[in-house]
Design a protein around this ligand. Sequence first.
Ligand code: FE2
Length: 250
Amino acid sequence: MIDIHTHILPGIDDGSEHMEMSLQLVQTALESGTEAIITTPHCYRGVYDNYAGEDLQARWDALHYAVRRAGLPVHLYQGMEIMACDDLPELLKTGRVWTLNATKYFLVEFRFGEDPAYCQKIITSCIDAGYWPVIAHPARYYFVQDDPSIVYDWYRMGCCIQLNKGSILGENGKRAQQTAYSLLRHSVVSCVASDAHRTYWRNTDMSQVEQSLLDDFGEEYTYMLLEDNPDRILRGRRLVGYKPVPYSRH
Ligand SMILES: [Fe+2]
C-alpha cells in the first residue's frame, strides 16, 4: 500500500512528537503492508506555519536519514496538507507549499464547518491554475455530512477524493462513518489514507481498514483505493475510478 496522508514528520504539527515515534509509525506502516509514505504536515497560516523552505527540507532530510539508518525499507516522499486559503493558487505557483511528491496533485483540507461555496471557489481557482486537488477526509466535514452530493460535484470536477481510515472504521464518529460509506457506495472516492498522527492516536496501521474494504467492497475496489490511485498520485498520473452514482436531490 501507499499512504498519501500522514503526519509522521516529527515535532512540526499535532502529529508525531519526536523522531523515535516517527520511526515507530514507519515500522507499524511497514508491518501492515505499506511500502511508501508521503509525509503531509499541516500548512495552516497562523496555526502551523510550515511553508516550503530550508527548515522544512532539513526536517524532512533528518527523518529520511533516520529511517535509512534504522534500516526501515520504506519509500518516503514529500507533501503537505494545506488548509484552504484565498491565495492558495499563488502559494502553489510560487512553490511556497509542497505538492504531493512535486506532482500537480496537492492535498487540501477545509474547516469542518466551511461554506461549501468557498470550497468550490478555491477548488476552481486551483484547477484553473493548473493544479489537481486531493480533498482530504471529506466525510469528516459537517457540510458534507449534511449534503454528500457536494463530493459528487467535486469528483465530477476532477478532484481526487481521499477518505481517512478512521472515518471508515467509525473512529471519527457515526456520521463520518455513514458519510464515508455513502461516498464509497456512490463511487466518488479515489483513495484511502491513514492521516496518521501518533502511535497512540490515529496511527499508520492500515491492515484493519484494508480488511473492512475487502469485506464490504471486494478486491478490485480495495486495490484501486489503497494501491492503484495512490501510486498514480505519486507519479502524477491521471486516476482511475468507477462511474459515479449521482445523489438524488430533495
Ligand atoms: Fe491530516
